[in-house]
Design a protein around this ligand. Structure first.
Ligand SMILES: [Zn+2]
Length: 418
């Protein structure tokens, strides 16, 4: 009797579960799991609810599963954008200053919803969005709208307003003493720690610090925060379980940020072998944002041919030095400087700059997930992880262009149609 009751209970539970949790059996030509550089030919992936239930050869379809045939396609983990600005749009459409100063928040937010959908449909199921650039805390609301299913979009790690030293950021070049709306929150010393905590309280998942910037229009970047200021900010962020990203282009800005304990450095154009060695020793991830300098150079008339203009050449050189030093690479293009949905540009440029497609795609999936402390949820095709899955036509390990040919997007077990 007990056995029979248990049986009925199990069947009832199973039926209830099955009714609540739709299952999919995805049958691509091959699976790139986000870790192994070699795709697994003939594998299938079973999804139930929002999770991956199984991945491997010869998985039978449960009776309630919807079978999705993806012939010729490679199924891979949803790509992770390491450096986005969903509240910016390309600078050749509207210069950054004008976006910050003249676009109403409602317009910026409406545009961000379109950017979020374009990102997801390009196969990027998670973004680390590194600052709204003057759009306040609207990223927190955008993230909520996505989580509540009001609009389609990627999972978001948000930085809210980001933090700059007083006087360092922009828009700049106005009559001295006038209060001009800024692209990030100004704070220093003790007020910096307070601002970190305020941003976290308001919804920041990641704290973004500008370790250097050009103080006056036209001058080169120079350090902004002291190492001690950044160390206190990092302590406040880490004690709240948040990661810290530092914008830094100068060797000294990078050095201070590394010693202060940040988790990633963005841009790093002037990084020296010594600084990248220090990054490796401290386990700091590097986001080279090759696509940003490439896009800006093209807006200024560059046609992409060699010789590359100095900012592009500098970014490529830093990339080479960082690779030689064995620094962990983040894939993040600073998308927003260029069009949302074109996120794959950074992947293509990293391959063009000498990394193999497999290395870049591992970095864009399990690598970014690990760097952002989300490796136990996303970035790998493995039983128990969230079902964020993308199918692309062909084999992106052989031909990286294939990441542009997105045929199927699933996030948290939900299929998103174009
Ligand atoms: Zn950026």
């Amino acid at each position: 009797m007990i056995a029979r009751l248990t049986f009925i209970l199990v069947v009832t539970l199973y039926t209830a579960m099955a009714a609540a949790d739709p299952a999919y059996l995805l049958k691509p030509a091959r699976v790139f799991d986000g870790v192994d550089p070699k795709p697994h030919e003939g594998w299938a992936v079973l999804v139930r609810g929002d999770k991956i239930e199984a991945a491997g050869p010869a998985i039978a379809a449960p009776p309630d599963a919807t079978v999705v045939e993806l012939p010729g396609d490679t199924l891979m983990p949803g790509l992770i954008e390491g450096h986005s600005h969903l509240f910016l749009h390309p600078y050749n459409e509207t210069p950054w200053d004008d976006q910050v100063l003249h676009e109403p928040l409602a317009v910026r937010t409406a545009r961000a919803t379109v950017a979020a959908k374009a990102t997801l449909m390009a196969g990027f199921t998670t973004v680390r969005d590194l600052g709204t650039e003057g759009a306040g805390y609207a990223d927190v609301g955008l993230k909520q709208a996505i989580e509540q299913g009001i609009i389609p979009g990627p999972r978001m790690l948000v930085a809210t307003r980001a933090l700059v030293a007083t006087g360092a950021y922009g828009p700049k070049g106005f009559e001295a003493g006038l209060v001009i709306p800024q692209g990030a929150e100004e704070a220093d010393g003790a007020s910096l720690v307070a601002a970190v905590r305020r941003q976290i309280g308001a919804g920041a998942d990641v704290v973004k610090l500008y370790a250097d910037y050009h103080w006056r229009p036209g001058e080169p970047s120079r350090p902004t925060f002291s190492e001690a200021e950044m160390r206190a900010a990092v302590e406040a962020a880490h004690s709240a379980g948040r990661i810290v990203a530092a914008h830094a282009n100068t060797a000294e800005g990078m050095r201070r940020a590394i010693l202060a304990g940040v988790d990633s450095i963005e841009h790093g154009g002037e990084g020296t072998p010594e600084v990248f060695k220090l990054m490796r020793e401290h386990g700091v991830t590097y986001c080279p944002t090759l696509a940003a300098s490439d896009a800006v150079a093209r807006y200024r008339g560059w046609n992409g041919a060699d010789p590359a203009p100095p900012p592009v050449a500098q970014a490529r050189k830093a990339f080479d030095i960082a690779r030689a030093a064995g620094v962990t690479m983040c894939v993040g293009g600073d998308v927003g400087v260029f069009a949302h949905g074109q996120n794959a540009r950074e992947i293509e440029l990293m391959v063009a700059a000498g990394m193999s497609a497999a290395q870049v795609l591992i970095a864009a999936t399990s690598g970014n997930a690990h760097s952002f402390h989300m490796g136990d949820q996303i970035g790998t095709i493995r039983s128990g992880l969230l079902a964020d899955l993308v199918a692309v036509e062909g084999d992106p390990i052989r031909d990286v262009q294939s990441v542009r040919a997105v045929r199927f997007v699933m996030k948290g077990g939900m299929v998103y149609a174009k």
